[in-house]
Design a protein around this ligand. Structure first.
Ligand SMILES: Cc1cc2nc3c(=O)[nH]c(=O)nc-3n(C[C@H](O)[C@H](O)[C@H](O)COP(=O)(O)O)c2cc1C
Length: 376
């Protein structure tokens, strides 16, 4: 690879509704477990996000809309005044650093939770436990049987999403992303392996998409559709999800939520070689954020640039990158300069806390001549 100034469509300015984005690069939501034990974002988190303010847009990490939805220790939350104040500091830090719009992801873990962490029995569409173990304050523990949500639980949870969304806007966020991906509660409702309900929230595709559809509608009503995004991960098997009808499920979900003027749809693990990507692009007339599939073990030397450009060529409007931004606060400048990227130090992703592997990734200019980045 030759290093030198370059142009890339990823660096072109873009719009998201009324927002002007300096470039088409979006930071994908990444849980980093650096919040206080009650879920309040810390000043260190404000520093982390402000370091990455040159991204066109930031989708801040999963934040739980109620205590029951907590997945892991030290994740962020958005259901108390304290949480809201902590997030306000984060948003203000990004704004002071000249950043673009910041959304926050709202995530309920459903069966991805543990009483040792939240003090509560996890809830889920059906009593089907998460396979294997889950991380708790005392380390990994066998997962527990979740409690099947009643109709009242469903109504209450939908309301909790809407109030968390209101708090997000009050904290200064430009909007929220409803998390219906990666095996969390909304995704658990979508798939028949985890949703064995016989009421109107289970059964065929129309029943299984209902909870996600209601959450999106309630959030859009609370804060406006132009502030509401949705993230999905068709076919992703993380957290024990096994979809059997991906090809019909997601077109049905998109049809159910479209027409409201939502801010964006975010496709995780978007693969332009899969026909489903093109089908969903055709169906979704609004802004499409696509998160490419990058190698799991190490970052590509171009930081995901080629994969991102392929997605733009295939019709995505914006490209979300996770780990490349995690390890490179100045990813945009590196792409512009054609500079090499730091690889991730994965052992600091979660559960370690503190600045190591979080706010200490070097910027390109700060590296010694010939240095290839922070490395491992
Ligand atoms: C440390 C870490 C935390 C993550 N947390 C979240 C999260 O809170 N919500 C979510 O939807 N995805 C989460 N993801 C998935 C990323 O958003 C992204 O889809 C994934 O890392 C693939 O993109 P990448 O190859 O650019 O990193 C996380 C990924 C990592 C590495």
């Amino acid at each position: 690879m030759t290093y030198g100034p370059t142009t890339s469509p990823l660096l072109d300015p873009a719009r998201l509704g009324s927002h002007r984005l300096a470039n088409r690069l979006v930071i994908a939501p990444m849980t980093r477990n650096r919040a206080e034990p009650d879920g309040t974002p810390t000043p260190l988190m404000a520093e982390y996000y402000a370091q990455r303010a040159t991204a066109g847009m930031i989708i801040a990490e999963a934040s739980t809309p109620n205590a029951e939805g907590q997945t892991y220790p030290n994740i962020t939350a958005l259901h108390t005044d304290r949480h809201e104040a902590g997030w306000r500091r984060v948003v203000e830090a990004v704004r002071a650093a000249g950043g673009g719009p910041v959304f926050v992801q709202l995530q309920h873990g459903g069966r991805v939770g543990h009483p040792d962490t939240s003090g509560l029995t996890p809830v889920a569409p059906s009593p089907v436990p998460l396979p294997g173990t889950i991380h708790t304050p005392g380390g990994p523990r066998p997962s527990v049987m979740p409690r099947e949500m009643t109709a009242d639980d469903i109504r209450r949870t939908v309301r909790d999403f809407a109030s968390a969304a209101r708090r997000a806007v009050d904290a200064g966020f430009a909007g929220v992303e409803v998390h219906s991906a990666n095996g969390h509660l909304l995704h658990q409702f979508l798939t028949s392996g985890t949703n064995r309900r016989t009421d109107g929230y289970g059964g065929g595709v129309d029943g299984r998409i209902r909870f996600a559809t209601e959450v999106v509608a309630a959030v859009a009503e609370a804060i406006g559709p132009e502030r509401t995004g949705l993230r999905v991960s068709p076919g992703n098997t993380v957290n024990g999800i096994a979809e059997t009808d991906t090809e019909t499920l997601y077109p049905a979900l998109l049809a159910a939520v479209s027409g409201q003027g939502l801010a964006c749809l975010h496709l995780a693990y978007a693969d332009p070689d899969r026909p489903l990507f093109h089908r969903l692009r055709e169906l979704w007339t609004g802004t499409l954020i696509a998160n490419p599939v990058l190698p799991a073990d190490r970052l590509p030397a171009d930081g995901g640039r080629a994969a991102g450009e392929r997605l733009l060529a295939a019709g995505a409007d914006l490209v979300a990158l996770g780990r490349p931004f995690l390890a490179n606060p100045d990813l945009v400048a590196r792409i512009r300069a054609g500079a090499p990227v730091n690889d991730v130090r994965a052992k600091y992703f979660m559960y370690t806390g503190g600045p190591v592997g979080y706010t200490d990734y070097p910027t390109y200019r700060a590296e010694p001549v010939g240095g290839a980045g922070g490395g491992r």
